[in-house]
Design a protein around this ligand. Structure first.
Ligand SMILES: Nc1ncnc2c1ncn2[C@@H]1O[C@H](COP(=O)(O)OP(=O)(O)O)[C@@H](O)[C@H]1O
Ligand SMILES: N[C@@H](CC(=O)OP(=O)(O)O)C(=O)O
Length: 388
């Protein structure tokens, strides 16, 4: 069955009236001749963090499966609200959540991996309705328990659904129209990249460019799904970036809350690095006055749990912001304790790569202050080095 798959992230749902705005857009798409629509939704902005804090406030050692089930309720609520808004337009609609989407994962709670898909429930829902709303970032394991696919993983759900329905494209809506050479809210003059290769944005995402989730991009490449990044504004839809087979640009990324662990020895560091790599977690090696360390850039909670399970003597030292300069051949990572300072560094690097683009950010965000500033010599994945 022919269906258009769209994903609306938490940045599209900051206020209750945003559900009506998205519903009107979906109605217009049907009126313009689209056959059927699947809309994948994320939890409203800030909800997942609030749910996590709420759970950990009740039990800071809540079981991962318990936490996953709690986090899933954020997307479930968004799906209900969008279903209500669409049905108000008089359009036949129903919503499906992790229990009924037909996506099965392993039981790696906190960051489960897709193992199998069965499109029959979505197809059945589409036969009865013009619009199906799907909750992002959740599925069930082989024994039917809810699993969470990881932070920001609604993109992955959208791509998986597009692929399981045999569609070769998926639209991802966000508060930015596409992929920029740096976070446009933080770095003045960041430039929109109109076409970007899967590998390039996947790498940017692994280093903190959260506009697209790296596992979603990798799944899209494997299953030949083109990603169109867009933004729904008061003036209509703005199309920014298409993710396909080619396109590249040097970029600067920021990963806030990267976890730096001190390792007892280089051998221990290498052991942990291999373990994290095996779990598809992005990590880099660090050297400072504390000796060999490892910096975890993605899936931090999940990674720390894996490290703890090994009984490793490594301990999380502190959370830092990783500022990475990326181009086709190398990546240079700078770690900063102070977030404001990290932003300044990202701006300096961007200005050096793209001279004359300095100015005011489009929408400055409050920069959370961190303690001391520390800058170190970092060895990155591809062994390029940067002394600061
Ligand atoms: N290189 C980049 N290009 C575009 N946006 C970026 C980049 N790096 C980080 N971002 C951030 O990604 C955000 C969009 O991703 P996200 O917050 O996950 O959206 P959504 O909630 O819609 O999924 C933007 O608001 C922007 O701050
Ligand atoms: N629950 C997810 C939702 C998600 O994917 O968010 P977004 O689409 O806003 O990046 C999270 O916040 O981690």
């Amino acid at each position: 069955m022919n269906a258009t798959v769209l994903k609306f992230g938490g940045s599209s749902f900051r206020h209750p009236e945003d559900f009506g705005r998205v519903a009107r857009h979906l109605a217009e798409r049907l009126a313009a001749g689209e056959n059927k629509i699947v809309a994948v939704v994320s939890a409203m902005s800030g909800t997942t963090d609030n749910l996590k804090a709420l759970m950990l406030g009740v039990n800071k050692e809540a079981k991962p499966s318990n936490l996953d089930a709690a986090l899933a309720t954020g997307e479930m609520l968004s799906a209900c609200l969008l279903e209500a808004a669409v049905s108000r337009q008089g359009i036949p609609v129903m919503s499906l959540n992790g229990y009924s989407l037909g996506i099965r994962t392993n039981s790696d709670f906190g960051r489960a991996s897709v193992e199998s898909v069965d499109p029959s429930s979505i197809i059945a829902a589409l036969q009865e309705n013009d619009i199906v709303i799907a909750t992002g970032g959740q599925a069930i394991d082989q024994s039917g328990r809810l699993t969470f696919l990881g932070r920001n993983s609604s993109d992955l759900t959208a791509i998986v659904i597009a692929s399981m329905l045999g569609e070769n494209a998926c639209e991802i809506y966000s508060d930015v129209p596409g992929v920029y050479t740096a976070d446009p809210y933080l770095v003045p003059g960041a430039r929109l990249i109109p076409k970007i290769a899967y590998g390039t944005i996947a790498r940017m995402s692994r280093y903190g460019a959260k506009v697209l989730h790296h596992r979603a991009v990798e799944y899209a490449e494997k299953h030949s799904v083109t990603i169109a990044c867009k933004s729904l504004t008061s003036d209509g839809v703005v199309s920014g970036t298409v993710v396909t087979g080619h396109g590249s640009a040097p970029s600067v990324t920021l990963a806030r809350d990267a976890a730096v662990l001190s390792c007892g020895s280089i051998a221990e560091r290498n052991r942990l690095r291999a373990l994290l790599e095996q779990e598809d977690i992005s990590a880099i090696c660090t050297e400072d006055n504390r000796g060999a360390g490892i910096c975890i850039l993605s899936d931090v909670d999940f990674a720390l749990r894996i490290v703890a399970l090994t009984g490793s003597r490594s301990v999380p030292v502190r959370l830092r912001t990783a500022v990475t300069e990326l181009d086709s051949s190398k990546s240079r990572v700078h770690l900063e304790d102070d977030y404001t300072r990290a932003i300044s560094r990202a701006r300096e690097i961007h200005e050096r790569i793209y001279p004359g683009t300095d100015g005011e950010p489009v929408a400055p965000r409050a920069a959370k202050q961190r303690s001391t500033h520390i800058s170190m010599l970092i060895r990155t994945d591809d062994a390029s080095e940067s002394a600061q």
